[in-house]
Design a protein around this ligand. Structure first.
Ligand code: PDD
Length: 284
């Protein structure tokens, strides 16, 4: 079934949507993106994604070619056109087309592309089963706080996990876990503390992370924002990841070590439920 996608002002069948071969997003990964989830046809944490988008754009001197209100209208139109009840909206802003050069024209016209993906997010079998992660070196650049489209290192890491028969990879730098290939990483200590890495340029500032930590604190759970090692993770009572596409996803194996009894832990399960309920309340 052909989707309707958005490209620079036009709503088109996906086969007809085109971007220039000179687009710097294609040639230089010169662009940023956001992924917003849809539940019951509504957008989850749209203001959070807009705030991060503005920050990413600002860091790269990119401009958004439409207003936030227009962007919201485009999201909603695509949800409607493609009948998305549950799934994701991908949005990408690149610097636009310019003859290939390492410098870019200051006045390039940015490209804006959006498309939808229909997907079961709540009844995701991986959430019931829990996922298995391997550990890999973090080979990404130093500004992971900017949500750029240069995703080759995490893509290769996830392929390595897949080929090893696992679900995802946790990236390690200077002896500490930074994050998952496309998600933030957490452990729960044997005395019930939730540990996740503190915000810096080394990780993406997850929108789901902010919401889930707020849920945890509201539920009187203890949260510590600090780096943790792979061996701490392997010794943890449980672990989980968060992202717009996975919400709270339990982790049951870390680099060959089974956590607990190898099934999703109570903290991850509870946070997943609370997060979904809260998100639905505020969806727009
Ligand atoms: N990825 N860390 C990285 C490296 C990510 O790529 C993502 C999101 C996150 C979680 O951020 P958020 O909670 O705002 O989704 C953390 C998206 C979902 C993706 O690339 O598909």
């Amino acid at each position: 079934m052909s989707r309707t996608v958005y490209v620079n002002g036009d709503y088109l069948p996906e086969e007809e949507a085109k971007i220039s071969v000179f687009d710097r997003g294609f040639l230089m990964a010169d662009g940023v993106y956001e992924v917003t989830s849809v539940l019951k046809g509504k957008l989850i944490d749209f203001p959070g994604h807009m705030a991060r988008l503005d920050r990413s754009l600002g860091e790269l001197d990119l401009t958004l070619p439409v207003s936030h209100d227009e962007l919201l209208a485009i999201h909603r139109k695509l949800v409607e056109a493609n009948n998305i009840v549950e799934g994701l909206i991908y949005m990408q802003v690149t610097r636009g087309a310019a003859d290939r050069d390492f410098t870019f024209p200051e006045d390039a016209t940015p490209s804006l592309v959006l498309f939808t993906q229909s997907k079961a997010l709540i009844e995701n079998p991986a959430a019931a089963r829990g996922i298995k992660v391997i550990a890999v070196p973090d080979q990404r650049w130093a500004r992971r706080d900017i949500k750029t489209v240069q995703l080759l290192a995490p893509s290769l890491a996830k392929m390595e996990a897949k080929r090893a028969g696992k679900d995802d990879a946790w990236m390690i730098e200077d002896g500490f876990v930074t994050e998952g290939t496309s998600n933030n990483a957490y452990i729960v200590t044997r005395d019930g503390r939730i540990i996740t890495r503190d915000l810096s340029n080394r990780i993406l500032h997850g929108i789901t992370r902010a919401a889930v930590l707020a849920c945890a604190r509201d539920a009187q759970m203890q949260v510590e924002e600090r780096p943790f090692t792979l061996s701490e993770a392997q010794d943890a009572a449980e672990a989980f990841i968060t992202s717009a596409s996975g919400f709270v996803m339990p982790v049951v194996e870390v680099d060959g070590t089974t956590l607990g009894d190898g099934t999703p832990g109570p903290v991850a399960k509870r946070l997943r439920e609370i997060y979904i309920a809260e998100s639905l309340k505020h969806a727009i």
